[in-house]
Design a protein around this ligand. Structure first.
Ligand SMILES: Cc1ncc(COP(=O)(O)O)c(C=O)c1O
Length: 400
């Protein structure tokens, strides 16, 4: 029995079966490469589901985390510490908003839970206490706790856990008219992803976020953008919504923000920043100094190394390269920056994911007919080229 088989056997006997059985036991990583428990090397093109923004073992994160853990690892929310304040200031600066405040959590789901409470409090304070409806998109994903899950537009994962105590009106994603019609005076907020990640990296049509902004403004509802997967450089902009020139009322972040350390952020802009009063919300670990230090290292490195431009141009080249492959199983490639879905002619994404792995590439079967790439933002052109070159043979293996 291999080391990987031994470990996955122990996993099956000790970890709850909600993730099924992962196919590989990873042991270490360096840059965009990872090695499994038996020493096999893979190019990591999924980055821990759009998390490992700087890859593995990046010196900036290692130094920041090492220094911070040795200086002050935890304070709780009873005390102030510099990394948390600095990170909040930096995020607000990147948003370019006139005013705002940040609540730090530990995950994306928690950031969305905080957003739900901000919406509720804001509406209570501004004459909207009877607005009981949230509008969200079909096939959207906002997390697994029961507030975030109530907003999640995939019935198969939501419905077994209802009812939720939250009235959510689901609309087809990308349909401006449906969104406008659903956003009435009973609506407290609209929750949207600028590009639906878990649905298979499905970008909103141009103008959709602007239409959402206008629908919210005319109905007196708040616009909450979930940039948990799309934010922090993933699409080649700090935040995906910036391409549309709109500002949300509330923005949620996680994933790439910590570069592998667990952190989430709920950013309230304007008066949403001060909607929560003392005692309204909290988290023991949220805004932990070590996670904040890692996030600051991520932001510094993206800026210093010009990674936004790199992500945009390498993403374009990958789309062109993959799009030029004439293979009967390949129907297209969509997405932006280093966040792409390769679409397939049938429900064979599981087989394609396995064929990628056999060829030394980690990707994710995000939908039955689509595999997702969300590699570290530091992926090199040569590394992307390795994958593009190997893809025809991978597709042929998946088609067998
Ligand atoms: C858009 C979006 N929102 C929320 C979440 C939930 O984040 P987490 O798994 O960190 O709780 C995810 C995770 O995939 C996501 O993609």
């Amino acid at each position: 029995m291999t080391a990987g088989q031994k470990l996955t056997g122990r996993y099956a006997a000790s970890i709850m079966p909600n993730y099924g059985q992962p196919p590989v036991a990873l042991a270490r990583g360096e840059g965009c490469w990872v090695w499994d428990a038996d020493g096999e090397r893979y190019l990591d093109l999924i980055g821990g589901i759009a998390v490992s923004a700087l890859g593995h073992g990046h010196p900036a994160i290692v130094q920041a985390v090492t220094r911070q853990v040795a200086t002050l690892a935890h304070t709780s929310n009873l005390f102030v510490h510099e990394p948390e304040v600095e990170l909040a200031e930096r995020l607000l600066g990147l948003l370019g908003a006139a005013g705002g405040r940040v609540f730090f959590a530990n995950s994306g789901t928690e950031a969305n839970e905080a957003a739900l409470k901000v919406v509720r409090r804001f509406q209570d304070k501004h004459g909207g206490a009877d607005r009981h409806v949230i509008v969200a998109a079909e096939h959207g994903f906002h997390g697994r706790t029961r507030g975030a899950l109530a907003l999640t537009g995939k019935a198969s994962i939501r419905e077994p856990f209802g009812p939720f105590g939250l009235t959510v009106r689901f609309v087809p994603y990308g349909d401006e008219t449906a969104l406008r019609e659903a956003t009435g005076t009973d609506c407290a907020a609209v929750f949207l992803e600028p590009c639906q990640g878990e649905a298979g990296v499905v970008p909103a049509p141009g103008g959709y976020l602007r239409a959402a902004r206008a629908a919210c403004d005319s109905a007196g509802a708040l616009l909450v953008l979930d940039e948990i997967q799309s934010g922090i450089g993933r699409t080649g902009a700090w935040f995906a919504h910036q391409r549309e020139g709109v500002l949300p009322d509330v923005l949620t972040l996680a994933k790439g923000l910590g570069g592998g350390l667990p952190i989430g952020a709920c950013i309230g802009l304007g008066e949403c920043g001060t909607a929560l009063d003392k005692g309204d919300h909290g988290s023991t670990f949220g805004g932990n100094p070590v996670a904040c230090a890692a996030a600051l290292a991520v932001l510094d490195t993206i800026a210093a190394d010009g990674l936004l431009d790199h992500v945009a141009s390498l993403g374009n080249r990958l789309v062109t390269g993959i799009g030029a492959i004439g293979h009967p199983l390949l129907t297209g490639v969509r997405g932006q920056g280093l966040w792409l879905a390769i679409t397939l002619a049938g429900p064979v994404a599981g087989r394609a994911e396995e064929a990628c792995r056999n060829a030394g590439f980690l990707v994710n079967a995000v939908q039955p007919d689509a595999i997702r790439l969300a590699p570290p933002l530091i992926l090199s052109s040569a590394q992307a080229g390795l994958f593009a070159q190997a893809l025809p043979a991978i597709l042929t293996e998946a088609a067998r």
